[in-house]
Design a protein around this ligand. Structure first.
Ligand code: GRF
Length: 192
């Protein structure tokens, strides 16, 4: 089968990246990882990716202090050089400019830990608890200019339990994220 070359962009621990690595290792999965890239040279996920034998790269955003777009231009050049066709953001903690979003229109996915359009941004689990929600979850969506706003590809739901804390809820949502992201990517690739 033809495997679409993807990049995974991370900033931290990379557990969603790991779920995608495991999926891509399956012979019948329609993607392969051409590059794992981080804006944070100390992201623990980079080590995980290296250990899996993948090409990894860090482009430190702090070296581009005055200009978000010039950092993105460096990132974009690395992605093109690696032959990437689809980007999966997986805990990539940078707000993107219209430059990168425009360059990868329809080709950049993100995973977000809430049932969008509820709770874009940070602290989603605490916000769901504070609102008294009985259901919470995660979303894979296409990236557009607005933060956490693009077309929804797939969602997974979890029940909120009476004794949930933000941590316990986050842990159950994360388990769902690890199933959702590979499934949503595979789905999206097969529909392209
Ligand atoms: C996940 O909860 C993801 O939904 C959000 O950032 C977190 C990243 O976790 N965008 P990890 O680095 O994949 O473990």
């Amino acid at each position: 089968m033809t495997k679409t070359p993807i990049a995974i962009l991370i900033s931290g621990r990379g557990s969603n990246m790991n779920a995608l690595i495991e999926a891509c290792a399956q012979p019948d999965y329609p993607a392969r990882i051409a590059l794992v890239l981080s804006n944070n040279p100390d992201a623990p996920g980079l080590e995980t990716a290296r250990a899996a034998g993948l090409d990894v790269m860090a482009i430190d955003h702090r070296k581009f202090p005055k200009d978000r777009e010039s950092h993105e231009r460096a990132v974009d050049a690395a992605l093109v050089q690696a032959g990437v066709e689809i980007i999966c953001l997986a805990g990539y903690m940078r707000v993107l400019t219209p430059y990168l979003v425009g360059r990868w229109h329809g080709k950049m996915l993100n995973i977000h830990p809430s049932l969008l359009p509820a709770y874009p941004g940070l602290d989603t689990h605490a916000r769901a608890l504070a609102a008294g929600d009985t259901e919470h979850g995660c979303t894979v969506h296409l990236v557009t200019d607005g933060v956490d706003e693009g077309p929804i590809l797939r969602q997974a739901r979890v029940k909120v339990l009476a004794d949930d804390t933000a941590q316990s809820l986050a842990a159950r949502v994360l388990q769902q994220e690890h199933v959702l992201y590979p499934a949503a990517l595979s789905d999206y690739l097969s529909r392209r």
